[in-house]
Structure formats: structure tokens, C-alpha cells
Design a protein around this ligand. Structure first.
Ligand code: ADP
Length: 613
């Protein structure tokens, strides 16, 4: 209870007031008692003087003891006080309260000593004969210069007590009332002082819990009022700062989330403190798995760990491109030491404050792939152009040198030259088409059509060619196929391409079938062109849809290697996918999916082709 400021103030006030009132009461009652005693002494002195006047003639006449005793008793009755008559040598001659003979010599009594010197003396002291505190007044009895004796009048000091007790009672009551009032006042003052402090404490508590909007009303202009004002200001500042921080944090989090580069931060102990989604993907990890674990545990790649460790050892930025073999990734890692900066200054980092490292991971794989594709493309196109150009040149030279004089031979050479030119033209046309599709400039004219609409025309066109090659070409379409939402012309081109390839790569007597099925999981129709041809070696399967890629150059002969690349782009532009299953020597099955037309779709929709290579 006394831990509270209210009780501490109230208790100190009360103790102070109680002590002051008790001291004051004691002092006043003492003063009044002393004053009363003084008064009593003065009265007794007057009375002693009067008795001395009376006793003088008796002492002058050498009056006997009985007469003096009678006088002492009579005066004692009159004055209601003790009266003693003492001889000049201190012998008690008469005494109103006791037997004079039994009393000791009184010469040494202080009041008698005073009277001996000055003629009168008074004192308040303890009476050994009565065992009480008494007030004494003594008067020397003199005739001319001769000392005849002393008269002493005495009263117990107690009697003043009754006179002053009223005053003391009044004083005590006043002191008690004042104390009670003062204690109540102290409680009120203490409560008023403690209340704002309690409110401040409550609001500070709420702020600590996160309620930064908590405020106090400023009710006074005193120190507490100023403190409240300062506190409110502090709350406001805190709210603004926390708000700014939260905003900055969320902005930073958004940037980190959207960043294509991986960002990872380790603390001074090498534990991962931050990992953005890009970094998680690159490292095949997740934020949950990584946070709090060591860099090595999260990264699990010795070269990346080495680069990071080098930065730890040297304190300098490290950059390196690393091939993460098992995942076919090329990653550029940049490790920068993080230093603690003085938050109040914008100045340079503090020298001692190594706080951890910032690791940036850039995925260079697409860039590398693009570089490879570009390099391959240039080398392929040069190669593809060089072969027909070289044969053209050879044909022209032979024609000029020998065949001009031999018209049938010249005719054959010219036919060959024409075929080469046709093949070059076809390649240039296909290249142009591929580039048009890839650039996305040709819009797709989507419309719901039946699968037969796209498969039949293409197959019918190639039927004579299949027959010439002695191949059976059949179509199997279930009746319940849903319509597809496609650009019919473009899909026909894909089917033509695949059937054309099947014819090219299947030896006489083989069979080619074109089938379609409804894939309900993908909500698509899958068209498959299957042949019993030469098949494709496994190592080529993954690259078969690249431009200029030919699995078997010897057999593909006049092919450009662009047909499947075009087919892939066409299918992907429709939101579908294309794939191949093949076994060398047994045959191949090329499939592609087409989106099913929803019931609401009717008419033609034109969409720009935005698919990229
Ligand atoms: P091309 O003009 O050479 O046919 P494509 O892009 O259409 O170009 O085909 C690329 C390569 O894929 C072909 O050279 C061939 O090696 C292989 N290929 C395509 N279709 C088949 C198939 N049905 N059977 C075996 N190999 C095929």
C-alpha cells in the first residue's frame, strides 16, 4: 500500500502534522503550567508576607511553641495551604500539617536559603517530607536587623493542574480536529497529485501494448500538465515514426517480393534473417525453412558458400558467376558486407559495426540460354544458307563449264538449281513466318470450331502425298468432342506440319493416324499425330521444338528445322501446349492441346498474339 505515491504523500503529511500538533500542544500546555505555577508562587509569596507580619509580634515576644503552632494551623485554615514557621537556625517551630519536632532542620532548603539572603524566596520542588511536588514561598521575619525566623507557605503543585486542565483539553481537541482535517486534506492532495500519474501510467501501458493512439487530456498547467503534454507529444511522434517505419517496411517488402533478383540477408552469426521469394525459388527453399538457419544449410552449394565466406573473411564485396549444376542454373552472386550506421547521422558506416551480409542472387540462366539460342541461330542459319548456296554455285559452274552444250543435262541441272532455290525460298518464308508469329503482330482470330474442321482439311491435303509414299493416313475422331476456341487456319497449319513430318520420317508401308480426345482435367482437346516411322533419339527429344533443330540431318534432307518451332508457337499462342513421345525405330507421337470453347462463346474474337519465344 505504501508503494503508492498517494499513500506516501498522505502518510508523510499526517506524520508531519501529528508531530507538529503534538509538539505545539506539549509546548502550550507547558507554558500554561509554568505561568500558573509562577502565579501560584507569587500568591504564596504574598500570603507568606502576610503570615510573617502576623507572626512577628509573637516571635518578638519569644512566644512559646504552642502559640506558634496554633497560629500556623489557623493561617493554614485561612489560606487553605500548608504553613510552616521556622527558627533562624532552621529548626521547625510550628507546622500546620505535621508534628514540628519530627521534622528535619530546614536551613538548607533552597527557599529558606533565598529568604536568608534576600528576605524572601520561592521554589517549586519535590517535598521529601510529603513525597509530593510542592510550591514553596518563604519570608524572613525580621525586627529591625535581627532575624527572628521564617514563615513558609506551601501548596502542592498539583492544584495548578486542575486550573490548566481545561485549557489543555481545549488545546488537545483543537489539535485533534486540526490533525483529522489536515490528514483528510493530505489524502485529497495526495490523490490529486497521484491521479494524473496513474493515468499517465495507464496510457503508457496501453502504448506499450501497441495502442499508439492513446492520449491524455491536459487538465492543468502545472508540472503534471506539462508532463502530460510532453507525453502526448511523444505519443504523436512515436505514432508517426512507427507509421513511417511500417509504411517503409511494407514498401520494402513489396519491392523485395516483386524483385526478380534473389535477396538474402545474413546476420553477424551467419544466420539467414531475410529471404525474398526469388531467392527462395533460386535456392529451392522457402522462407519458413530458411529463416534462422545458417547460410550453408540454406544454400547447400559449395561455390556459393565459398563466395559468401570470402566476403565474411575479407569484409569486401564479392561477385562471382556460379553454375548450379544439378539444376542447370547460372547464378551471379554478389555478397556485400552490411555495416551498422549511426541512426542519427547520414554519415559513413561505423568502423566496428560489421552486422552481416547482403546476398544478391541473379538468375542468369535465361540470359545464357538466349545467348546460346542466338549463337546457335546464327550458326544454323549460316549453315542452312551455305549448303543450298554451295550446291547452287556448283550447279551453275558445271552448267557454264560443261552442260551448256548438252541440253538434256542442262535441263537436269536447271531442275536441281530450281529445287535449291525453292528450298531456300521455303526457308526464308518459314523464317519470316516464325518471326511474324514471334513478334506477336499477327492477331489470332479465335472462333469456336469443331476439331474435324481443323483436322480434316489438313489431312485431306496431304493424303495424295501419303499415298505416293505408300503410307496409310487415317483419322479417328470421337463423336462427342466439344468444339474448340481456335484460329482454324493456324491450327490447320500445325496439323499439316505434323502430318507432313510423319510422312517424311516414315518409311513405305507405315501407318499414320490422327486422333483426338477430350481431356476433361485440362478442359482441352488433345490432338495426336502418330506414326510408325524412324522415331527420334532420346537425347534430341528435349530440343526438337527449337528452331533449326534436326534430329537426323541426313534423313531430314530438305527440311529447314523450323516446322516444329512454328507449330509450338502457334499452339502456345492458343494457350495450349505441344509435346512428343518417341522411340527410335518404332515411331513418334506428336500431341498438342487446344482450349475447349465455353458455352457463351460465339462469333470471332480477335486477340493479339503475345506469346514470346
Ligand atoms: P524439318 O523441316 O526438318 O522437318 P521440323 O522442325 O519440322 O523441321 O522437325 C525438326 C526435326 O525433328 C526433324 O529434322 C526430325 O529430325 C525430327 N522430326 C520431326 N518430326 C518427326 C517424326 N514424325 N519422326 C521422326 N523425326 C521427326
Amino acid at each position: 500500500m505504501f508503494k503508492s505515491i498517494r499513500w506516501r504523500i498522505a502518510a508523510s503529511y499526517s506524520v508531519l502534522i501529528l508531530t507538529a500538533m503534538a509538539g505545539l500542544s506539549l509546548f502550550l500546555s507547558n507554558v500554561s503550567r509554568n505561568t500558573a505555577l509562577e502565579e501560584l508562587r507569587a500568591n504564596l509569596q504574598v500570603q507568606a508576607r502576610a503570615v510573617a507580619e502576623n507572626v512577628l509580634p509573637v516571635l518578638q515576644a519569644d512566644g512559646n511553641g504552642a502559640e506558634l503552632q496554633a497560629m500556623a494551623e489557623r493561617w493554614s485554615q485561612l489560606l487553605a495551604a500548608r504553613v510552616t514557621i521556622i527558627a533562624p537556625d532552621g529548626e521547625v517551630m510550628a507546622e500546620s500539617e505535621m508534628a514540628a519536632e519530627a521534622m528535619a532542620n530546614h536551613l538548607r532548603r533552597p527557599e529558606i536559603q533565598q529568604a536568608l539572603v534576600t528576605g524572601e524566596g520561592s521554589i517549586t520542588r519535590f517535598s521529601e517530607s510529603l513525597g509530593l511536588e510542592m510550591v514553596y514561598a518563604a519570608q524572613a521575619v525580621r525586627a529591625d536587623d535581627e532575624l527572628l525566623g521564617f514563615v513558609r507557605v506551601a501548596l502542592p503543585a498539583d492544584i495548578v493542574q486542575s486550573r490548566i486542565s481545561d485549557l489543555q483539553n481545549t488545546l488537545l481537541t483543537a489539535a485533534l480536529l486540526t490533525t483529522v482535517f489536515a490528514v483528510l486534506l493530505a489524502l485529497v492532495i495526495a490523490e490529486r497529485t497521484a491521479r494524473p500519474v496513474r493515468r499517465l501510467t495507464a496510457v503508457a501501458g496501453r502504448m506499450a501494448q501497441g495502442d499508439l493512439g492513446a492520449r491524455l487530456f491536459v487538465t492543468s498547467r502545472d508540472e503534471v500538465g506539462q508532463l502530460t503534454k510532453a507525453f502526448n507529444n511523444m505519443g504523436q511522434q512515436l505514432r508517426e515514426k512507427v507509421g513511417n517505419l511500417a509504411e517503409e517496411r511494407s514498401r520494402l517488402a513489396t519491392v523485395l517480393d516483386l524483385m526478380a533478383d534473389g535477396v538474402l540477408i545474413t546476420d553477424r552469426d551467419g544466420r539467414v534473417r531475410l529471404l525474398n521469394p526469388a531467392a527462395a525459388e533460386l535456392l529451392n527453399s522457402s522462407e519458413k525453412e530458411a529463416l534462422g538457419h545458417s547460410f550453408a544449410q540454406v544454400v547447400r552449394h559449395h561455390q556459393l558458400i565459398e563466395v559468401w565466406q570470402r566476403c565474411q573473411d575479407t569484409g569486401e564485396e564479392q561477385t562471382e558467376t556460379v553454375e548450379v549444376g544439378q539444376r542447370d542454373l547460372f547464378v551471379q552472386i554478389i555478397v556485400t558486407p552490411l555495416r551498422r550506421t549511426d541512426p542519427r547521422s547520414e554519415g559513413p558506416p561505423l568502423p566496428e559495426g560489421r552486422e552481416g551480409s547482403l546476398v544478391i542472387l541473379q538468375n542468369l540462366t535465361p540470359l545464357r540460354r538466349l545467348q546460346h539460342v542466338r549463337r546457335d541461330f546464327i550458326s544454323n542459319i549460316s549453315h542452312e544458307l551455305r549448303t543450298p548456296l554451295a550446291s547452287l554455285k556448283a550447279l551453275v559452274e558445271t552448267l557454264r563449264d560443261v552442260a551448256l552444250d548438252d541440253p538434256p543435262a542442262a535441263e537436269r541441272f536447271l531442275d536441281s538449281a530450281e529445287r535449291e532455290v525453292d528450298s531456300l525460298t521455303q526457308m526464308v518464308q518459314e523464317l519470316l513466318e516464325l518471326s511474324r508469329i514471334e513478334s506477336g503482330k499477327v492477331p489470332l482470330r479465335l472462333a469456336p470450331v469443331t476439331v474435324a474442321d481443323v483436322v480434316l482439311p489438313a489431312v485431306e491435303r496431304l493424303q495424295p502425298q501419303a499415298e505416293r509414299s505408300n503410307l496409310s493416313l487415317t483419322i479417328e475422331l470421337p463423336d462427342d468432342l466439344p468444339p474448340v476456341l481456335v484460329d482454324a487456319g493456324r491450327v490447320q497449319q500445325v496439323v499439316s506440319n505434323l502430318v507432313h513430318n510423319a510422312i517424311k520420317f516414315t518409311t513405305a508401308g507405315g501407318a499414320i493416324t490422327v486422333k483426338a480426345r477430350h481431356d476433361r482435367d485440362e478442359n482441352a482437346v488433345v490432338v495426336t499425330v502418330r506414326d510408325t516411322g524412324v522415331g527420334i533419339p532420346e537425347i534430341d527429344l528435349s530440343r526438337i521444338f527449337e528452331r533449326f533443330y534436326k534430329a537426323d540431318r541426313a534423313r531430314s534432307g530438305g527440311g529447314t528445322g523450323l516446322g516444329l518451332a512454328i507449330a509450338r508457337h502457334q499452339v502456345e499462342a492458343h494457350g495450349g501446349r505441344i509435346w512428343v513421345k518417341s522411340r527410335e525405330g518404332k515411331g513418334s507421337a506428336f500431341s498438342f492441346s487446344l482450349p475447349v470453347a465455353g458455352p457463351q462463346v460465339a462469333g470471332t474474337i480477335e486477340v493479339p498474339d503475345t506469346s514470346l519465344p
